[in-house]
Write a protein that binds this ligand. Structure first.
Ligand SMILES: Cc1ncc(C[n+]2csc(CCOP(=O)(O)OP(=O)(O)O)c2C)c(N)n1
Length: 353
């Protein structure tokens, strides 16, 4: 009997910056001091936004809101690796990604108040609307990437999803399609350890999410998702690879949701304070601050200035948002399909005359 040894299901793990802010210089991606500062400023801005949006929901000034606290580096780091012309396919936890991709904060607030106008992408930036159904955006991204390939356009599709989404059929179909047709797509899984209350260990028996790529003949890598340099490096490599026609990549960002699943959840019912404290030590912003302080890129004055400026920018957007006229309720019918069905037209007529 001939025994064949299959390649081990192992994938690379990448960390550049550790919890103490010490950097592995050999792995450090090429970033200027200004680019490092831009990353830091975006991390702070998005965290300030997240807290403000949460507070507004509690005050009844915003609809259901999904926090991303803890996951900023996954979204900000990967956004920086993309060009404006590239496509992003965000999920509900991606407000930080949208802000980093030039979606005005006013519009992100509009989205979370149920105003469809919040989903309109700025000119010259290809931001798709947020997907609420888990995993559906993965197939959209594979399709858009295929279209770009057929049209000979050097555009990359980046799609974002959680660990839970990797149990969906959509994920399988998208990964399979992307592998077969070698489309220019980057699959970014923010493995935040939970799908609402379902812990990752009950979600999949795979040791890593990244290794799922092997089954589709795609390259997979696991990165420290609390390390903005590691995320940026893996994303940049994957985006460059996709753009040069060398196919898709799956990046698993190993991270943690430091907030509840949503404003309708209470995570203390299914995870411990100790666990949260353990992950808080890995905080992406504090880690980068430590590094920047050592490098002479950050002092207290700069840090306070970044915080104040971020608060001002968010407050300005909130004021603007709250002055906007409410959306037309007919929009509920108008944007489900490209054109309204007869039934929708009748329902709209019944309600609004
Ligand atoms: C198709 C579909 N099924 C179920 C839900 C309900 N639901 C909302 S969020 C969620 C968990 C998703 O977890 P994960 O993919 O890990 O992303 P995370 O929320 O942790 O970022 C579920 C099951 C949904 N939105 N869509």
């Amino acid at each position: 009997m001939v025994k064949k040894v299959l390649k081990e299901f192992k994938v690379e793990y990448l960390q550049v910056l550790d919890e103490n802010g010490s950097c592995d210089e050999a792995l450090m991606p090429k970033l200027s001091n200004d680019e490092i500062k831009n990353l830091y400023e975006m991390l702070v801005l998005t965290r300030v936004f997240d807290q403000k949006a949460f507070n507004m929901q509690r005050q009844g000034r915003l609809g259901t809101y999904i926090q991303f606290k803890g996951q900023e580096a996954c979204q900000v780091g990967s956004a920086m690796a993309l060009e404006d012309k590239d496509f992003i396919f965000p999920m509900y936890r991606n407000s930080a990604l949208l802000i980093a991709r030039k979606q005005p904060i006013v519009q992100v607030l509009q989205y979370w108040s149920g105003d469809e106008r919040g989903s309109i992408s700025p000119q010259n930036v290809n931001n798709f609307p947020i997907a609420i159904p888990v995993g559906t955006q993965t197939v959209h991204a594979a399709g858009a990437a295929f279209a770009a390939k057929l049209q000979g356009k050097k555009q990359v599709s980046a799609v974002y999803f959680g660990d839970g989404a990797t149990s969906k059929g959509d994920f399988h179909e998208a990964m399979n399609f992307a592998g077969v047709f070698q489309v220019p797509a980057v699959f970014i899984c923010e493995n935040n350890q939970y799908a609402i209350s379902v812990p990752r260990a009950k979600q999949t028996h795979s040791e890593t999410i990244a290794q799922k790529a092997i089954a589709y003949g795609i390259e997979g890598i696991q990165v420290d998702g609390m390390d903005v340099f590691a995320v940026y490096k893996a994303a940049k490599d994957a985006v460059d690879k996709a753009r040069s026609g060398k196919g898709p990549t799956l990046i698993e960002c190993y991270t943690y949701r430091m907030a509840d699943h949503s404003t309708s959840d209470d995570a203390s019912k299914y995870r411990t304070k100790e666990e949260l404290e353990l992950w808080a030590k890995k905080d992406p912003i504090e880690r980068l601050e430590k590094y920047m302080r050592k490098k002479g890129l950050l002092d207290d004055a700069y840090k306070n200035n970044v915080l104040t400026k971020s608060q001002e920018a968010v407050e300005k957007a909130v004021t603007e948002f709250e002055k906007l006229p409410p959306p037309d309720p007919k929009d509920i019918f108008k944007y489900v399909f490209a054109e309204m069905t007869q039934q929708q037209k009748e329902e709209m007529e019944d309600i609004f005359g």
